[in-house]
Design a protein around this ligand. Structure first.
Ligand code: FES
Length: 104
């Protein structure tokens, strides 16, 4: 049994970019970090602002508001503004589609 949800085709997520979408009431951000796909909650832990539009480089996403940096592999916050990580969902690619497990 699989509890992964299919979210989007990989070709629809630009390299070093992201696409925001909502699934089961959760605001998600599908990130493409140099061909590695990671689904995170679309919410910066500093001031609850969307991470959408944040720059993605070398496995990190930068919040577009104040520039906090989060490690995409585990959500670790890197910077002075907060130590609270962002939520990272188990993510996989199946048949060209990004899938994530949204339930804990
Ligand atoms: S709201 Fe993201 S760093 Fe401040």
């Amino acid at each position: 049994m699989s509890d992964y949800q299919t979210l989007i085709h990989t070709v629809d997520v630009p390299d070093n970019g992201s696409v925001a979408l909502e699934m089961e009431g959760v605001n998600l951000l599908v990130c493409n970090s140099g061909g590695e796909f990671v689904v995170v909650e679309n919410r910066c832990s500093h001031q609850d602002q969307p991470l959408e539009g944040g720059r993605i480089r070398n496995g990190y996403i930068f919040c577009p508001i104040h520039g906090m940096r989060y490690k995409l592999v585990d959500g670790e916050a890197v910077g002075q503004l907060t130590r609270v990580p962002i939520k990272v969902f188990d993510t996989r690619v199946e048949d060209g589609f990004v899938q994530a497990r949204l339930l804990a």
